[in-house]
Design a binder for this molecule. Structure first.
Ligand code: NAD
Ligand code: DAU
Length: 338
């Protein structure tokens, strides 16, 4: 896998993956990214320009995609609209990028015989009760709740159909909630860290009992590299690091690590249709491909993330005010609707 096309490589997980591959392989990478509000050029700074090239463009652009795909040995497809809250207020861009964009890539890899790895999410499986002993596995039925997760489920089903009907060489992975450097300040962990750093109170949705299964983005990257190199065509792999925590617990850790009082946050209106709990069983990946996460201590991972946001204010500050303004507008729209 020498020449890799990474879609969405200027976003959070894509950028982490590019850094990982430059450090842990001899691949040459083209990033194809539309540079939406979620992308940041600075996330790719410091990388060897002989090995990483950024093409600003849209995965829905048939001509561009069919020019780029045949120049590569594999496509790793991260590009998507990814934020659940936004999908409740503006679902159109999710359908276009996540469903139609994936369709264009599928047609291109089919026409040019190029290997694809499709990045997806545990949200396609819906949610679990807090006391459910089951976790998501590769055979859990799809039951997405939000416009975002419905578009990701749609894109997964397209990939599976192209594997079965056209025999494209593709693998899929569904991963749990990522955290780490380069994550946009709209997402839960960076929003709370940067709120504290910027003198705002953290915001907890509802009663904070919702559980997410946290994994460090660098562990997601190592899993994707392994699947790309050793995964079986047509297969789905679930990626998770046994990191279940309630939002209340995660926020309490952030407040403690940042020297704030435990009650120094605002409980705000809940997200509509808010999924209660996600939990991944990654036994298949661990046993068949011998994958192991490196970040198994969330406190240590959060400490590192807090340090990163402290040291990289110029990376996140330009997006912060705009993001909080968007949240305020969404809250107003929610009040009008309910
Ligand atoms: P992100 O929002 O940080 O980045 C997405 C990137 O895709 C951005 O750089 C954006 O500019 C680009 N993009 C969007 N639409 C595009 C288009 N039409 N053409 C080209 N580029 C486009 O997202 P992320 O959190 O890094 O997520 C990356 C992938 O991983 C997504 O497919 C997401 O569904 C999946 N995923 C995310 C998580 C998580 O916790 N964040 C967990 C599991 C899976
Ligand atoms: O599970 C994987 C998914 O994780 C990915 O597919 C998505 O792209 C990614 O955004 C993430 O989805 P979530 O909706 O779980 O992530 P988010 O960071 O938006 O929220 C995490 C939890 O925190 C969720 O229960 C909502 C809650 N939350 C979020 C925000 C932004 C708050 O309590 N307060 C907040 O301010």
């Amino acid at each position: 896998m020498k020449r890799i096309l990474v879609t969405g490589g200027a976003g959070f997980i894509g950028a982490n993956f590019v850094h990982h591959m430059i450090a842990h392989s001899d691949s040459e990478i083209t990033v194809l990214d539309k540079m939406t509000y979620a992308a940041n050029r600075q996330s790719l700074e410091g990388l060897d320009s002989k090995r990483v090239n950024l093409v600003v463009g849209d995965i829905c652009d048939y001509v561009l995609v069919n020019e780029l795909v045949p120049q590569h040995d594999a496509v790793v497809h991260f590009a998507a609209e990814t934020h659940n809250d936004n999908s409740l207020h503006d679902p159109r861009s999710f359908v276009i990028s996540n469903v139609l964009g994936t369709f264009e890539l599928l047609e291109a890899v089919r026409n040019h015989g190029v290997r694809l790895h499709h990045i997806s999410t545990d949200e396609v499986y819906g949610d679990l009760e807090l006391d459910d002993p089951q976790r998501f596995t590769e055979t859990t039925p799809y039951k997405p709740s939000s416009p975002y997760s419905a578009t990701k489920a749609s894109s997964d089903l397209l990939v599976k159909a192209w594997v079965r009907s056209f025999g494209i060489e593709a693998t899929l992975s569904n991963c749990s909630n990522n955290y780490g450097p380069y994550q946009h300040v709209e997402k839960f962990i960076p929003r709370q860290i940067t709120n504290v750093l910027g003198g705002l109170r953290p915001k907890l949705y509802g009663n904070g009992a919702n559980v997410r299964d946290w994994i460090h983005a660098s562990d997601h990257s190592s899993a994707v590299q392994l699947i790309l190199e050793a995964g079986q065509a047509g297969r789905t792999y679930l990626i998770g690091a046994d990191g279940e925590k309630s939002n209340r617990e995660v926020l309490a850790l952030i407040l403690e690590l940042m020297g704030r009082k435990a009650d120094d946050f605002d409980a705000v209106a809940d997200r509509a249709g808010h999924d209660l709990r996600y939990a991944i069983d990654s036994t298949v990946l661990r046993t068949e491909l011998s994958w192991q996460p490196r970040y198994t201590d969330l406190v240590q991972g959060l400490e590192q993330a807090i340090g990163w946001y402290r040291q990289h204010r110029s990376w996140w500050e330009p997006a912060k005010a705009q993001t909080e303004q968007r949240y305020a507008q969404q809250a107003d729209a929610f009040k009008v609707a309910s």
